[in-house]
Design a protein around this ligand. Sequence first.
Ligand SMILES: NC(=O)c1ccc[n+]([C@@H]2O[C@H](COP(=O)([O-])OP(=O)(O)OC[C@H]3O[C@@H](n4cnc5c(N)ncnc54)[C@H](OP(=O)(O)O)[C@@H]3O)[C@@H](O)[C@H]2O)c1
Length: 425
Amino acid sequence: MDVGWKTLGRPPRILVTGATGFIGSFLVEAMLREGCQVYCLSRSGSRDRTTNESRVIEAIRTVNPRANVSRISVLEGDVTQPLAGLDRSTINGLHKMIDEIWHCAADTSFNKNQRKRILSTNYDGTINMIDLAEEIECPSFCFISTAYVCNAHPALATEDPVTRQIYHNAYEYSKRLAESRLIKRAANAGFVGTIFRLAVTAGHSKSGLTTQFLSYYNYAKHILGLRRRLIRKLKHDVLADRLADEGVRFIAGKRDMPLSLPLSPEGCMVLPIRFFCEPESTVNITPVDVVVKTLIRCAYSPRDRLKIVHVTNGNPPKCGPLYQKTLELLGFNGFEIASIRNRQNDPPFEDMKLEISLAGIENSMFSATLPYLPYTINEPKFSRVNLESMIGHENLPDFNVNTEYLRRILNYAVCNKFGKNHKES
Ligand SMILES: NC(=O)c1ccc[n+]([C@@H]2O[C@H](COP(=O)([O-])OP(=O)(O)OC[C@H]3O[C@@H](n4cnc5c(N)ncnc54)[C@H](OP(=O)(O)O)[C@@H]3O)[C@@H](O)[C@H]2O)c1
């Protein structure tokens, strides 16, 4: 059985989970532009149905205010419930009506205390969606996973099932379990499974637009918070002299940077500390529009059996230059990007309080980066053999994460207060 939009000969009818989320909203917007009829399964929580529907529409309109939302139908459901919590009449209505399911909904938190919730959403949620696919006889199931289910060793991560024993967090673990279950079920079920493994997805390449401010953004947010607190301390704190003696100072006025961000107060924080990462390791960042364009290209491609596909950047930046540019854009100077291997084994602070010493500040910064540290050390190269065979060499997502792009996404984040009005995990 061949699936893929090319084989349909009419506009596809797609069921999507996670349409209110970052990647899901961009994906649905792109599907609408392709003429798809999109059924968005979205949970309502305590909200009434109208609010649920308007939440989906608002998410799509944030991506594109002119999106043709008349081709969206919102289904109230929750992936943690059997058959995603859909009632019998809705399920009957979907029977043999859906060409493809795109399961994007997930709990993307790295919070250690939310393990149960993360597993329930990501693992049980995927099983429930697979059950639903079978129940409605949907021939194609696309699962959005993470490239970080792959091992750091060997250095080349292939588009194959992983049997990894060590995980950095419950999120990675839940995604790997969900992949395994999908692989097993697809072997006997009546649908074709496609697993898309994404790496770090960031703001739009042209506008910087994002609705999610995790990973790279969290890091930037912490750095800006540090800047703000240091400026305050230098002005008002009785211990300011000690910081000044250690070389910490704020140079007010225009920074000598053609690409400066709207930072307040304007100026540059001189901070002679080390920022730890593995400078030669890569961070596989791709703008959300490039990711979604690639996913849509894949959707057209005919498939007759389970495929795992790495939707990753063939041109990922190295950590050293990435951190360097990011810190400069965020108004820092005088720091050193240092290899994590050179760090003494000081215990990281639990509470991330700002100590009045360079060592203390350095340690606080390190503590803030800990959840994301595994992703800045020994990132493997992601093989894209399957991706290339589906979309062709000329369409591979090879994006240059240059200073201009970083400025654009940081500018968007700063102007939007790192999503104060958006949800953050
Ligand atoms: N962002 C990245 O950098 C990245 C990288 C690799 C892979 N991914 C994968 O890409 C997918 C989308 O991620 P994202 O960044 O777009 O996440 P996101 O912005 O946090 O969105 C998560 C979506 O899942 C929905 N959801 C959560 N729990 C649900 C439930 N119980 N029932 C129904 N819907 C539920 C949320 O709905 P509500 O609005 O109701 O909360 C939201 O629409 C995920 O599978 C993630 O693992 C993301």
